[in-house]
Design a binder for this molecule. Sequence first.
Ligand code: AMP
Length: 229
Amino acid sequence: MASLGPTPAAGLKRAVIFLGPPGAGKGTQAQEVARLYRIPHLSTGDMLRDHVARGTPLGLLAKPIMERGELVPDEIVLGMVEERISQPDCANGFVFDGFPRTLPQAEKLNEMLRRLGFNRPLVLYIVVDYDQVLKRLTGRRMCKVGGEIYNIYDRPPKVPGRCDNDGGELIQRPDDREEVIQERLVAYERQTKPLVDYYRSQGVLETVDGRPDVDAVTHSIMGILRRVQ
Ligand code: AMP
């Protein structure tokens, strides 16, 4: 891990949003920011995968949509998010990863944040090359137990196929197969990318060069967070 100076005081008192295409490194960076600030990491993808694994009605509805690489309807995701950010452990701020992904989600989130007494969110837009996205997605492996993220090309686990933290089995997400990746990138361009202009016009967007290695990107993100705090 890069030397990041003293651990920041607990909390950021605001919502941090990671924006960028699938494979930009949002999950990895969001986990790190949440760990350093000791605030929850809220991945709507993880929440949905949990519903799918448990076979809940929501999971049954979301499963085929996710397998096609499309977006789950806004109402479903918004319900999950509202429920989660109203919990006491979110009072000091939280890090979103994979949310919001559509304009209506972003607009509803602004309303929710106002209602819950938070300031405007901080949006970190991670910019990467297309080739890098493909390599990161096809090489990504995820711990079945704790959700830790690895990459067989440039962030391999110490023991192949096993998580460094808990020894859990590392699996490939079904939607990280090449046929589905294309669909996910189309969904990103059409539905999520417009959020860059939306947040830029609100003056809350910070652009991050996501091309260097993981530690270097974390370092620039921490610099931004210190500056805007
Ligand atoms: P992720 O783990 O963020 O790549 O998300 C995996 C999949 O879950 C996406 O391809 C969508 O099908 C679904 N998903 C996750 N977050 C959202 C969201 N905010 N809105 C709609 N669908 C989502």
